[in-house]
Design a protein around this ligand. Structure first.
Ligand code: UTP
Length: 408
């Protein structure tokens, strides 16, 4: 793209400030900036035109879960089915580690956080330990796909390598990089990170399967015979990965996806709840629920909208392939975005200062024909590290890890 073409693209969108420092750049930097502008998806900025709105929901109805008691009764059967599938190489694990963890405010990938107290124990390491429990039980290496972003790929891959993959078989570890999207100010102006660099951020965790495909890993999965993918977040340190009981139950229910859920701690808990939307599985956010939905109970006294998702899903690869090119809504999310100010000095804001554009894995659930809602014990499987202090922090996660006998 030439300078003139770039200006032609930017002017109607009010984004010509991106060329402000063009004359100060060397030839290589100029070329690089022009390619970034060429790749810039201006249609995303149109989403801001009518103000930031959430995608309206269809008709919502409750969806029960297979409960802890029901799972306990059929546990052996489910587990046997799951183990067989894992031993046949049918189950892969996908770690979503492309996020920036802006709430925690680390300057390195979240998975490199040391959660130990008296010894070093990294988040990535603990997740591998969790996965190793299943490897040891089944005697099978589970293909382990790790999604990173441009921002953290180098650090992440180097960290795994330096630490000898935390004891995992490196032949079964596959890294792939997700896509980026521009970050904008509240006025919709694309921020700049450097004089020759637009500010971009990972485009959410919803594109994980298409990024996996773009990286050529569908062929690898095909060769390995992977039919199911268990996708999970980097920051839930207690998470069970490729849990044979969950795998067996989802297969047994003949569902094309399964979601691990926990019963709400109280009606107003700020979690996304698995339910039905226009007859299909869906996740309703706490702020999208009416007072009536929040408090309604069934005849046994259980909340109708009771089961919160914990970002641990199992998908049938056939269903993922079917929806791969379907439309997914883009969410506009307020975040802290580093940028260069009028004097070209880098500012790292303490408070949110603009928007990022993200697609979300939870929207994939609504694209599935059905979903098994699978209840798990919160104290045993849910210890997310999202915030610096208080709820869902390193401190709260450490308490839960100790309760589960993990040496820190
Ligand atoms: P979060 O929604 O908690 O986002 O991600 P985050 O970026 O980690 O943290 P904040 O909101 O900026 O503080 C949930 C999971 O999805 C992954 C994260 O790494 C985490 O495992 N994720 C998120 C991606 O892989 N890519 C993204 O673009 C966003």
């Amino acid at each position: 793209m030439t300078y003139e073409k770039a200006l032609e693209k930017l002017l109607p969108a009010g984004q010509e400030h991106l060329l402000k420092y063009y004359d100060e750049l060397n030839d290589g930097e100029k070329e690089d900036l022009l390619s970034q502008i060429e790749a810039l998806d201006l249609s995303l900025l149109d989403l801001l035109k009518d103000g930031v709105k959430e995608v309206p929901k269809g008709k919502l109805a409750p969806l029960g879960a297979v409960t802890l008691a029901e799972i306990a009764e059929k546990r052996e059967d489910y587990e046997r089915k799951g183990i067989e599938a894992i031993q046949a190489g049918k189950v892969g694990a996908v770690l979503l580690a492309g996020g920036q963890g802006t709430r925690l405010g680390l300057d390195k990938p979240k998975g490199m956080l040391n959660v130990g107290i008296h010894k070093e124990l990294y988040l990535f390491e603990q997740l591998v330990n969790n996965l190793m429990q299943v490897v040891n039980k089944t005697g099978a290496w589970i293909p382990f796909f790790v999604m990173t972003s441009e921002k953290n790929n180098e650090d992440t891959t180097a960290f795994f390598k330096e630490n000898n993959y935390f004891g995992y078989n490196k032949d079964y570890v596959y890294f792939f990089v997700q896509e980026m999207a521009p970050s904008v100010s509240y006025e919709g102006k694309v921020y700049m990170e450097e004089k020759g660099k637009l500010s971009t951020s990972p485009n959410g965790n919803g594109g994980w399967f298409s990024s996996l495909a773009r990286a050529g890993l569908l062929k690898t999965m095909d060769e390995l015979g992977v039919e199911w993918l268990n996708v999970f977040a980097v920051d839930n340190v207690l998470q069970k990965i490729a849990d044979p009981v969950f795998v067996g139950a989802t297969m047994d229910a003949k569902c094309e996806c399964g979601a691990k859920v926990v019963a709400k701690a109280e009606p107003n808990e700020r979690v996304g709840v698995l339910c039905l939307e226009d007859g299909r599985p869906s996740i309703v956010e706490y702020y999208e629920m009416t007072e009536e939905m929040i408090h309604s109970k069934d005849e046994k006294g259980t909340l109708l909208y009771n089961y919160g998702v914990i970002l641990n899903y199992l998908f049938d690869v056939k269903a993922l392939t079917r929806i791969m090119n379907e439309y997914m809504p883009t969410h506009i999310v307020e975040k802290k975005i580093p940028y260069i100010d009028k004097n070209a000095s880098l500012v790292k804001p303490e408070e949110p200062n603009g928007y990022k554009f993200e697609t979300l894995v939870l929207d994939m659930i609504h694209m599935m024909n059905n979903c098994l809602s699978f209840e798990v014990e919160r104290e045993k499987e849910f210890a997310p590290i999202k915030n610096r202090t208080g709820v869902d922090s390193l401190e709260s996660a450490r308490e839960l890890m100790k309760l589960n006998g993990i040496e820190l």
